[in-house]
Design a protein around this ligand. Structure first.
Ligand code: NG1
Ligand code: ZN
Length: 518
């Protein structure tokens, strides 16, 4: 039968050659591309089961986001564009780590646990980023889908959020939009145009944005968008993959962590810049001031810009809608202060990982959520209610944000530009909302990162004993000092974050905390 045949193909064409355990983490499976062929094939099999279980189309995205070009990864997308629930992450880990011969038994146990009807027609959407390894890995997924008699549809190159959009549109009977690239870009471009025409563009606004596309898939996609926008928005795209290497000294993660401009573009003062990551689900902005000093406008600055604007719309409408912001421990302390004290916007803090932010955001009528690194969007469960009273708010939520269960560099860029145009702001004006506390992030290689355990949305350490007391002691020596450590969910490191009154102090505090972790 199909299961036996699938196992035979696994052994023959996609064997598991190394006896190494790999787990489905926050971002799916992610490791060196060379170790992923059998993982991809088996994820194709699992996608068929997921599709049969859900009686819906399931997505499989091949990318390792901001990781180096040599890495790759894969994650499943559930029927409404969300991440798969924990049980399915566990099934994925089981199926990937069994021997080739063990495949039928694991499949049968999943079929039993989820009461799957193997006769249901399965449909799987597949897409990939621009890594050299992605094409052959996506073919392994495709063969996995076919081995269990599922119907694969290969979109080729897409950004991660585009695939989320396709899956969600397909499963909502297309009443939201067409599951095609034309559908996606058409929707974004139409909303952008409409907002610009109806709320007006202040003369001080310059529609020129320089985009660092991380040498990834975001470059060609941003060009497709540009073609639909004419002169309303002028995207000048660098790091488009024709010369540089993916994510190497460029892209959102590099710019955020190194706090400097990427290679591959000539930065001038007076201009506005945006950096995407390798699969274009994150965006950060930056600029050079008149003294040629680099300024970062990260996820916290985007969240603040968006929350303040939406709050204005809500207040203006007189409606009783509660608006809140969700952040992680990495959010700059100044942003949290500004929002809670000046703007009176409630702020919740959750552990790292978009799925926690996305989930928490639903506790508000309008929940803005962003990680400091530029991952985020707005979640609103009251769109129908807003529609009648709040036309602009509705357009924003419905067209830029509704299908973004992970954040989307392209739609977030349009959202930021909409607000800047409405306010007539430059990057400097936006940056002046509040001043970031100087901060530093470090990675520490340790023998076993799982020894570090945390509580209180990762802001405090519970293990090893004594570590939190040491951190408290160090932090108390710095004015406006704050620091925490946590094990990474995507790399074999412990991350250290510190902020303080000056850059020198933030650097020093991060170093000192790093030493006690080590
Ligand atoms: P880890 O490695 O767990 O810190 C990183 C990012 C997350 C999220 C995930 C998934 C930081 C500090 N962490 O997680 O925000 O983006 O990767 O891609 O930026
Ligand atoms: Zn990404």
């Amino acid at each position: 039968d199909a299961i036996k045949r699938a196992a035979a193909i696994a052994q023959d064409k996609h064997p598991r050659v190394k006896d190494q355990i790999i787990t489905y983490g926050t971002a799916g499976f992610r490791t060196r591309a060379d170790d992923l062929d059998h993982v991809m094939y088996r994820m194709g099999l699992l996608a068929v089961l997921a599709s049969q279980s859900r009686k819906a189309t399931i997505g499989v995205m091949i990318t390792a986001s901001h990781n180096p070009e040599e890495d790759n990864g894969v994650k499943l997308i559930d029927k409404l564009g969300e991440m798969m629930p924990l049980e399915w992450e566990n099934y994925a880990t089981q199926l990937v780590n069994t021997s080739d011969k063990g495949i039928p038994a694991v499949i049968k146990s999943i079929v039993e646990a989820e009461k799957i009807d193997l006769n249901v027609k399965a449909k799987v959407f597949i897409a990939r980023d621009t890594r050299p390894s992605s094409l052959s890995l996506s073919q392994a997924v495709l063969q996995g889908v076919q081995a269990l008699d599922g119907h694969p549809f290969d979109f080729g190159l897409l950004t991660t959020p585009q695939l989320h959009y396709m899956v969600c549109c397909e499963n909502t009977n297309k009443n939201y939009g067409e599951p095609t690239e034309d559908g996606y870009f058409g929707k974004l471009a139409a909303a952008f145009l409409k907002l610009q025409t109806e709320s007006g563009v202040k003369r001080a606004y310059s529609p020129k944005v320089n985009v660092d596309a991380a040498n990834g898939v975001g470059a060609s996609k941003a060009r497709q968008l540009q073609n639909m926008l004419g002169s309303l928005l002028q995207l000048n795209i660098s790091n488009d993959g024709t010369q540089g290497k993916l994510n190497y000294r460029c892209g959102a993660d590099y710019v955020k962590v190194q706090q400097c401009a990427p290679d591959g573009l000539a930065i001038e003062n007076g201009m506005r810049y945006a950096s995407f990551d390798g699969d274009a689900d994150r965006v950060v902005y930056f600029y050079l001031d008149n003294d040629n000093k680099f300024h970062l406008l990260d996820g916290d600055k985007i969240a603040t810009l968006v929350a303040a604007y939406l709050q204005e719309l809500v207040t203006g409408s007189g409606l009783n809608l509660n608006l809140g912001l969700v952040q992680t421990a990495y959010a700059n302390g100044s942003s949290t202060n500004f929002l809670t004290q000046k703007m009176k916007v409630p702020v919740a803090c959750v552990p790292t990982g978009v799925k926690y932010l996305h989930h928490k955001a639903q506790e508000f009528d309008i929940g803005v959520y962003f990680e400091a690194n530029g991952h985020g969007t707005v979640r609103s469960l009251n769109i129908q209610y807003c529609k009648i009273y709040l036309y602009h708010l509705h357009t924003i939520l419905e067209h830029f944000c509704k299908l973004q269960t992970v954040g989307d560099a392209i739609s977030d860029l349009l959202l930021v530009e909409t607000i800047l145009a409405y306010r007539g702001w430059s990057a400097v004006d936006w940056d002046n909302m509040y001043t970031d506390l100087p901060n530093r992030q470090l990675k520490i290689k340790v023998k076993d990162r799982t020894v570090v355990q945390t509580t209180d949305a990762e802001r405090r350490v519970t293990s090893p004993p004594g570590l939190q007391e040491e951190i408290d002691r160090l932090v108390s020596q710095y004015k406006n000092g704050r620091s925490f450590v946590r094990p990474s969910g995507t790399e074999d490191v412990v991350r250290v974050y510190a902020e303080a009154e000056t850059q020198e102090y933030a650097d020093r505090l991060a170093c000192e905390v790093g030493q006690v972790v080590y």
